[in-house]
Design a protein around this ligand. Structure first.
Ligand SMILES: [Zn+2]
Length: 325
């Protein structure tokens, strides 16, 4: 099958012929319809502690059709033709970040315990947004109580926007985004968010001017050194700081400031199957729609160029690969 294959840091992905995944008894083969290109994939293609092995096929945000069901999959749940998504795991192994061939390809294998059917009411594009929405949902749930709070979201990329969507959903009093890119701000406006602060200025002051409050919950979706301490300084007493952005550099904080305010700093990563199901249900019910995040849909052949373009700031938000083209 055709796949976009990681060649090593500093090199573009290459379209190659690779082996179609062979499924074990408790696995299923899925013909991919759409797969999202994720910041995590870009991150894993760079030199550093998170770099994926050479020959990795990325792609963990996918939707597709079951084409083969292993003999050990409990009968009657999945049949060929079912349109499904899956959490990107089979047991302990990760799909699309090195262990198991991901969905920048024609076929991907999945287990069955973490696989969910996607109702007809969701089109393929929306189906590819289940995973990033589940990331935001899990993060907002981990904040433990967003209702009636004034929320600051730092970074309006796909994950920041997903956190904004769920903060609004769960009843935040205000959802303010810290972002300097005009195109990302426009994207946020399309999704109904109107309050912004400029990270180059005094964020706490701007937030206060908008909400007459300090940010009781701050969701950090950038992951650069220094941001955590800035969050600590502007937090009100007993504020919550959520670490969602991946920072793989040492970062300095002054614990005393956090101590005196009794702050809670909570990291969050990933999601569970309930998060996927809830994201699906709310999209089907029309209560959550993130489709405006999709700024481009490319063919598999266009992936190497699209992936390289996403390395530098661009007008793109969520780019999907259409494997049916
Ligand atoms: Zn992702």
């Amino acid at each position: 099958m055709k796949a976009a294959v990681f060649q090593g840091p500093g090199q573009p992905l290459m379209i190659k012929d690779v082996a179609t995944p062979a499924i074990a008894d408790n696995e299923m083969l899925v013909k991919v319809r759409r797969c999202g290109i994720c910041g995590t994939d870009i991150h894993a293609s760079r030199e550093g502690p998170f770099m994926a092995p050479v020959d990795t096929v990325f792609g963990h945000e996918f939707i597709g059709d079951v084409v083969e069901v292993g003999s050990g999959v409990p009968a009657g749940i999945f049949v060929p033709g079912d349109r499904v998504t899956s959490l990107p795991f089979i047991g302990e192994k990760v799909i699309g970040l090195g262990d198991i061939t991901g969905a920048y390809s024609e076929y991907v294998k999945v287990g069955h315990e973490l696989v969910l059917k996607v109702p007809d009411a969701l089109d393929d594009n929306r189906g590819a947004l289940i995973e990033p929405l589940a990331v935001g949902l899990h993060s907002v749930k981990m904040a433990e109580g967003i209702a009636e709070k004034d929320v600051l979201i730092i970074g309006a990329g796909p994950i920041g926007l997903a956190c904004a969507i769920w903060s609004r959903f769960f009843g935040a009093r205000s959802v303010v985004l810290s972002e300097m890119s005009p195109t990302r701000m426009d994207m946020a406006r399309t999704l109904g968010f109107t309050q912004f602060v400029d990270p180059a200025g005094d964020v706490g002051e701007q937030f206060n001017a908008l909400t007459q409050a300090a940010p009781a919950v701050q969701i950090e979706c950038v992951g650069a050194p220094g941001i955590l301490q800035a969050c600590i300084e502007r937090a009100p007493a007993r504020g919550v700081i959520m670490g969602i952005g991946v920072c793989d550099h040492p970062d300095e904080i002054v614990p005393l400031t956090a101590f005196l305010k009794e702050l809670r700093i909570q990291w969050a990563v990933g999601y569970d199957k309930d998060d996927f199901q809830f994201a699906i249900d709310m999209m089907v019910a029309g209560r959550v729609d993130a489709s405006a995040m999709i700024t481009d849909v490319v063919s598999l052949d266009q992936v190497p160029a699209a992936f390289e373009a996403l390395r530098s700031p661009s007008n793109q938000c969520k780019v999907l690969i259409d494997l049916t083209r």
